[in-house]
Design a protein around this ligand. Structure first.
Ligand SMILES: NC(=O)c1ccc[n+]([C@@H]2O[C@H](COP(=O)([O-])OP(=O)(O)OC[C@H]3O[C@@H](n4cnc5c(N)ncnc54)[C@H](OP(=O)(O)O)[C@@H]3O)[C@@H](O)[C@H]2O)c1
Length: 364
């Protein structure tokens, strides 16, 4: 949610409803735009650049000229035709940053020209995207508009799963699996900024160094070490586990939790089905939960984004947490961006640049 400027609300008075969408004076909007789509379900090679009609902002929506779009692991599943509840396989892209260039019939003009981040159900791999106005947030002061393209999906997922149901207490331990992922890098930093002690799993020494710099207290290389043994040997009992691995880790995640602990499953990269021994739940009064951001109803996302602006954006603005852009590639190199995520050598976020005026940054 974008805080309205003084004296303005986002929804115009009833008399203005139904008017055609308004655009600012200056650069005229094109009728068509470039977008990356998956031509059919398949590997990265199915991603192609196409020309599409410019989206029109409907009631309650704003049109954003995209500067950068975040690439998320869910995009890879959607491209492969393997994401339940996703938009059409063609409409990839769950988050962008950019500038508001037009507003729908009932959306106030004061959004026009604002630099924003946006959470989307799809369609972000494009030069323009129409967004529910309540799913916009300002670019945090001090964060570049490019880096802002990778903030929303991870921040919304981490905040809604770790902090909205009841936050981990300062001094308690949080176990984050995949700490160098886009999601993990946000979770590690946010928890560390709140005084929570963070243990995290990663798959390589360079990822270990990366998460240490982000504030992790204990780093476990899951290719060489068993995280449950490592925690037990140090007497660490996490209050919360944030899991993206699923089946392979389910029983060990339950076993390591402290009494009253919470296992939050937000991904299942090793599979979604596993036998479960319920005994640890009873013995330790555990909670097993999870959620999928894209599947949440709009009113829940409205609340999550309002919370982010209030509680998380100030942490970006003070530098307590930072964006973690690993690479930013032009839109036409979307297939390469997907391969980067598939190979999993990246640390943090991979972005696509939609604005041809901006030079690409090389992969670091
Ligand atoms: N539920 C939701 O609302 C929601 C929203 C966004 C994302 N997610 C999920 O969150 C996960 C991360 O998403 P992302 O976009 O940030 O992806 P990403 O950057 O591609 O990260 C995937 C990570 O998983 C790690 N990993 C793979 N196997 C592992 C294992 N056995 N143990 C520990 N880590 C392992 C990889 O590291 P190594 O290769 O080094 O092991 C990599 O860092 C995905 O599963 C995604 O579906 C869920």
């Amino acid at each position: 949610m974008i805080p309205a400027t003084e004296g303005h609300a986002h929804h115009v008075p009833p008399g203005r409803e139904g008017h055609a969408h308004h655009v600012p004076p200056g650069r005229p909007l094109p009728q068509h735009m470039r977008a990356v789509v998956a031509s059919r379900p398949g590997g990265p090679e199915v991603l192609t650049m196409t020309r599409r009609a410019l989206p029109q902002p409907a009631r309650g929506e704003a049109l954003v000229r995209v500067v950068a779009a975040g690439v998320n692991r869910a995009d890879l599943m959607q491209r492969a035709g393997d994401y339940p509840g996703a938009a059409a396989v063609a409409d990839l892209g769950l988050e962008v940053s950019g500038v508001v260039v037009a507003a729908g019939p009932d959306v106030a003009d004061d959004l026009l020209g604002r630099e924003v981040c946006a959470l989307l159900p799809g369609g972000g791999y494009a030069e323009y995207v129409a967004v529910r106005a309540a799913h916009l947030a300002p670019v945090p002061a001090g964060v570049s508009t490019v880096d802002a393209g990778g903030l929303m999906e991870a921040a919304a997922t981490v905040w809604s799963n770790l902090y909205m149901p009841g936050k981990p207490e300062p001094g308690s331990w949080l176990l984050v699996h995949g700490g160098a992922s886009g999601i993990g890098a946000t979770a590690v930093q946010l928890a560390a900024a709140h005084g929570v002690r963070v243990a995290t799993t990663v798959g390589s020494p360079d990822k270990a160094r990366f998460v240490e710099e982000l504030g992790a207290d204990l780093v476990i290389d899951h290719r060489r070490q068993d995280f449950a043994d490592e925690l037990r040997d140090r007497g660490i009992r996490p209050a919360v586990v944030l899991d993206i691995v699923g089946a392979d880790y389910l029983q060990r995640n339950l076993r390591v939790l402290d009494r009253g602990g919470r296992l939050v499953v937000i991904g299942h990269q090793s599979g979604s089905k596993a036998p479960i021994d319920l005994e640890p739940l009873l013995r330790n009064n555990l909670t097993l939960t999870g959620s999928g951001l894209r599947m949440r109803p709009d009113h829940e996302k409205d609340q999550i984004i309002a919370d982010l602006v209030r509680h998380v954006w100030p942490l970006y603005e003070s530098g307590a947490i930072v964006p973690t852009t690993h690479a930013a590639l032009p839109l036409e190199r979307a297939a390469e961006a997907h391969r980067l995520l598939e190979q999993s050598h990246h640390r943090g976020k991979v972005l696509l640049l939609a604005d041809p005026g901006l030079p690409p940054t090389p992969e670091s």
